[in-house]
Design a protein around this ligand. Structure first.
Ligand code: ZN
Ligand code: ZN
Length: 410
């Protein structure tokens, strides 16, 4: 079918605007708008059929004259963006199913080769109008904000790209979980058990950093991604644990990270301290989660009936460098798969002695369960300190002294 014949068939479907008419041939030629194409086809049709030229009037059966409202939509976008800091923007459109079906019907019935979908013309035209109003550039790959036009609802929704910064945290107080821990009874809804907080613990490392950060970035939420985690009752000392903080839907983007570090350290003083290394990304979160850093622990150990330093040191000599087979500890087996893992004890030595208890420094591969390395966990961990000395031993206190990090985390 020839172009002119196709145009005639389309005009016969019903009243149509120049945009929608031209868009059916949107991939033909360059330097033309769809409205230019539509107008030219309408002229060609009048000449070919030798009938009076008639411009579009009334309502377009496909778009209901949406393109007359481009400025209106641009205004709605600008209004929605008020108070939000961004450098680049992208427009997206939620097209009502009936509108999309109308044009798809014509594509298939006329077997059209190069139509452009309604959605992409709306995105482009409204995008140009918004850029003219705001002076901000479009970015197709990684815009700071995506403004989604909901054509049916007549409203604009914003998707603000998250921001990430990386750093290391030290946890200086026991009893703080790394991330928010929803109440076991109500799963976050709030009940008597949790004092209607919805949480098992009032604070977490995530909140102690995130509350302040979210306030500065005017973010909807702040999510902590840690390189592993310490037990709730363990301190995180030394240079701290690498983390990436994700700011969800931040309304501010140009923030001085040094001031964030200072504000967090002031607000969380004595509980959590951070040093911020710089800006980060979603990709760095994946790297952080896949890294298997060695960890150094300082543990305080109690042996039933006491132990002489020499005997303890001899046992540690045998643990140092050993590959330990650990069946999932009894204390976590209710929430993790029950299987045997092999982890290496990189180092283990006596670090000090106090009130009949020894302090040990243990360096282990990621995933080594240190409490079970000492207790033996009823035979689930072999070898173990308790197994080697032949009597019960347990960890009284455990702190993390060091988490190795790759350069990407620093
Ligand atoms: Zn139309
Ligand atoms: Zn509760």
């Amino acid at each position: 079918m020839e172009l002119e014949e196709q145009a005639g068939r389309i005009l016969a479907y019903g009243e149509i605007c120049d945009h929608c008419l031209g868009r059916f041939f949107g991939k033909r030629s360059f330097g033309l708008s769809n409205a230019d194409r539509g107008h030219a086809l309408r002229v060609a049709h009048a000449l070919r059929e030798n009938v009076p030229f008639r411009a579009h009037e009334g309502a377009c059966w496909i778009c209901h004259d949406l393109f007359a409202d481009v400025e209106l939509w641009a205004g709605r976008v600008v209004e929605a963006l008020a108070g939000i800091e961004y450098a680049t923007l992208l427009i997206g459109t939620r097209v009502p199913p009936l509108m999309a079906e109308s044009e798809e019907l014509v594509w298939s019935e006329l077997d059209l080769a190069g139509p452009e979908p309604l959605k992409s013309e709306v995105n482009r035209e409204v995008g140009k109008a918004v850029s003219a109003l705001t002076g901000k550039a479009a970015d197709l790959a990684r815009p700071d904000v995506v403004a989604i036009l909901d054509l049916a609802a007549g409203s604009v929704e914003l998707e603000i790209a998250p921001l990430f910064f990386r750093g290391r945290y030290r946890k200086l107080e026991r009893g703080i979980p790394q991330t928010r821990w929803p109440c076991r009874e109500c799963h976050g809804a709030g009940c008597e058990r949790c004092g209607f907080t919805g949480k098992m613990y009032a604070d977490s490392v995530e909140e102690l950093i995130g509350r302040t950060a979210a306030e500065i970035f005017q973010a909807a939420d702040a999510v902590l991604h840690g390189a592993g985690r310490e037990d709730i009752d363990a301190l995180m000392l030394g240079t701290g644990r690498p983390f990436v903080m994700e700011l969800v839907a931040p309304r501010r983007r140009t923030v001085d990270l040094a001031s964030v570090e200072e504000a967090v350290n002031t607000a969380a003083a004595g509980r959590v301290g951070i040093s911020i290394g710089g800006w980060s990304s979603r990709k760095a979160v994946e790297t952080l989660k896949s890294e298997k850093p060695h960890k150094k622990y300082r543990i305080s150990v109690e042996v039933e009936g006491g132990i002489a330093r020499k005997e303890l040191e001899e046992a540690l000599d045998r643990l140092r460098g050993a590959v330990v087979a650990q069946q999932t500890p009894a204390r976590v087996v209710h929430r993790r798969a029950d299987r045997i893992r092999e982890r290496r004890v990189v180092d283990a030595r006596v670090a000090g002695q106090e009130d009949g208890r020894f302090f040990l420094d243990v360096v282990g591969e990621a995933g080594l369960y240190v409490k079970e390395l000492v207790s033996g966990d009823g035979g689930r961990t072999r070898p173990s300190l308790a197994g080697l000395i032949g009597r019960p031993a347990r960890v009284v206190q455990l702190d993390v002294l060091e988490v190795e990090g790759s350069e990407e985390m620093e």
